[in-house]
Design a protein around this ligand. Structure first.
Ligand SMILES: [Zn+2]
Length: 104
């Protein structure tokens, strides 16, 4: 679409916001499906899954805050710019892959 064929090193704020919103919608739909009885409340595995979705939603909110602050897409561990490829898969990624591995 764009005449510029080189990919920018950083995802634009607009693009990041779009991806985060889409991700949030997906997770919220999952929670709603769970609330409607799609997931049995007494099933331990599904309760854990629900907690995971909630945690992801918190991560997404944190990513929105980083977008506002202008620190989105920059690893707090080493200061490196998080590769666009990683943000496309994980738009709420907090840090780069090496730092993520170190923290895990
Ligand atoms: Zn890092």
């Amino acid at each position: 679409m764009s005449p510029d064929t080189t990919r920018p090193g950083r995802m634009t704020a607009d693009e990041a916001r779009l991806r985060l919103e889409r991700e949030r919608d997906t997770r919220l739909a999952e929670l709603q499906a769970a609330a409607k009885g799609g997931w049995a409340a007494d099933d331990h595995v599904l309760v854990v899954q629900k907690e995971t979705v909630k945690r992801v939603l918190e991560e997404i909110e944190a990513a929105f805050r980083r977008l506002e602050e202008g620190s989105y897409g920059v690893c707090p561990g080493c200061g490196a710019v998080i590769p666009v490829e990683r943000l496309e898969i994980l738009p709420y990624a907090r840090c780069c892959v090496p730092c993520g591995r170190r923290a895990a």
